[in-house]
Design a protein around this ligand. Structure first.
Ligand code: SF4
Length: 291
């Protein structure tokens, strides 16, 4: 995993990442990362014992494609460094890949996998829950652009929010839009509650929504999931029913759904992060993960 920044200006209310150094909505760009990465990769290539990574998940602690020039410049340079070393890169984003990346991505399309993330295409919902992220229609345009450059793109439907975004009507609309951009495969998972997510939702969404969400988590204990000490998941039966609903809707439209094993360790089997580190040999430790 490589992070070129910590924090995210998109400010999604359900964001699971806990920023250690920055406030919600702020971002700290690690401008020296490309140089450090270049040095590290060169050193590893020269060393007989140390081999560099075959695949990298870029930016788990921020979104790579926020419209912030200093961030985009570092992302571009980081991709150049990784591609030059033959490293495959996986990127997950709610943002838009700018035209300025066309040359680089066209040249290295075989080394890149992009997962474009959506929670809903309903404008009212996205304004409430993803206040700083680009409009879903713009994200669909970004997918079309990437595909035209030869880049493999998948979708991520995340998070499913009980009674808010997981109804048949909402899912049909979302799946229809994703398919219209030519996407055939998506990964999904339900909302994962963490203390900071609960605090944001409780104070910033309509009371009726919060009542539905709170009711869906009722009686569920806080537990350790993966590296996270304090996590609450909805009852497994409720999640299973929701995933079946999504799969039924998606299959009718020709979209294959996998469940993310990182976000849902009980029911998940698909994992973008794990796929991107399948052949990882020698994880670089330039910065600790912020999540
Ligand atoms: S785009 Fe991703 S990293 Fe940024 S706030 Fe939303 S969920 Fe968090």
């Amino acid at each position: 995993m490589v992070d070129v920044a910590a924090g995210c200006s998109f400010g999604c209310l359900f964001c699971p990442v806990r920023w250690r150094r920055v406030q919600d909505g702020e971002i700290e760009v690690f401008v020296d990362l490309p140089d450090r990465l270049r040095r590290e990769l060169t050193m590893r290539r020269r060393s007989a014992e140390q081999v560099g990574p075959g695949k990298v998940l870029l930016n788990a602690a921020t979104d790579s494609f926020q419209p912030i020039p200093s961030l985009l410049a570092v992302v571009h340079e980081t991709l150049e460094v990784l591609f030059s070393a033959g490293v495959q890169v996986a990127v997950r984003t709610r943002g838009l890949v700018p035209e300025g990346f066309a040359g680089l991505l066209r040249r290295h399309s075989d080394l890149l996998l992009v997962e474009q993330t959506f929670f809903s295409v309903d404008e009212r919902l996205t304004e409430q829950y993803e206040p700083g992220a680009p409009h879903p229609q713009q994200r669909l345009e970004s997918i079309r652009r990437l595909r035209a450059w030869g880049v493999e793109v998948r979708a991520r439907i995340q998070p499913l929010i009980p009674f808010v975004s997981d109804t048949v009507g909402h899912l049909e609309e979302l799946v229809r839009h994703i398919r219209s951009a030519g996407i055939e495969r998506a990964t999904s998972s339900y909302l994962v509650m963490r203390p900071q997510v609960q605090e944001r939702l409780e104070t910033r969404i309509p009371q009726a929504h919060w009542n539905l969400i709170r009711g869906s988590f009722k009686g569920q204990p806080w537990r350790k999931v993966g590296i996270h000490q304090m996590t609450r998941l909805m009852p497994i039966r409720t999640r299973d029913q929701g995933y079946r609903r999504l799969r039924t809707v998606a299959e009718r439209a020709g979209l294959t759904i996998g469940i993310c094993a990182c976000q849902d360790p009980d029911l998940g089997s698909d994992c973008f992060a794990r796929q991107s580190s399948t052949d990882l040999v020698g994880q670089l430790d330039l910065f600790p993960s912020a999540s």
